[in-house]
Design a protein. Sequence first.
Length: 246
Amino acid sequence: MTSREDVLIIAHRGASADYAENTRDAFTGAAEQGSDWVELDVRLASDGSLIVNHDAWYHDQRTVWETPSAQRPPEVPDLTQALQACARGAIARGGTPMGVNVEIKNTPGDLGGDDVPWSLDVVEPVLEVLAQHRSVEGLGDVLLTSFDAPTVDRVRELGGPPTGQLVADVEGWPDVVESTADRGHVAVNPWDPFVDAAFVQRCHDHALAANVWTVDAHDRIIELADMGVDGIVTNVPASARRALQA
C-alpha cells in the first residue's frame, strides 16, 4: 500500500486556487507550492497548434478549434510554453523535476459543438512536442491521459509515453479497470466521488496507479491517502502537502 509520504501531489491545471488555471504562473506556482506533478489540458487550434486550455472556448467565447494560435488570449500558453514554465518552476525551487500529466481534449462534442467531428489528429503533434522536451532540465516523467479510449490507445500504438484512462462514470468501473490494464495503460484517473478502498485495491490488483481528481478537502485528502491512492489531483497543492505531512 502507498504510504502518505509517497502519494503524489498533482496540481490541477497548476496551482489553480491561487493563479488563473492552465497559465504559466499557475505552473510555476505549482512548483513553488511543492507539487510533484502538474496536470494540464491540451487542444488543437485551427492552425494545428497545441493550446493549453481546459474548455472548448476561451473566456471571450471564441472556440479554440476555430481560432488561430496567434489570436488566442495572451495569458493562454501553448504546450511548449507550458512545459517550459513547469521546468523553470522546478529549477527555481531547486527540487526534483515535476512530472506532467497531459490530458488530451478531443472527445466527441468537445471541439466546440456536437457538429464538429472529433479525430485523433492531436495525438502525433503532442508526441512530437513531448519528444522535443524529453531531456529538458526540470521536467520529470510524463503521463498522457484522456476520457477518450481510442486516444490513449493511439498513443500506445505510436510508442508514446505512459498512458492512463480518465474515468468520470460511476457505472461499470470494474470493467474500466480491467480494460485499461488489458490495453497496456499504466493508470486510471478516476473522479473522486466514487473512489473507495475497493476501487483502489482493484486498480492495484491490475498493476494500475490510481490518481484521483479533483480533491481539495483536507479530510478527504487524508482518507484517500490512507486508502493507498497513488496520486491526488488538487487545486491546492500547498494545502494538500500540509495535509499529508500532518
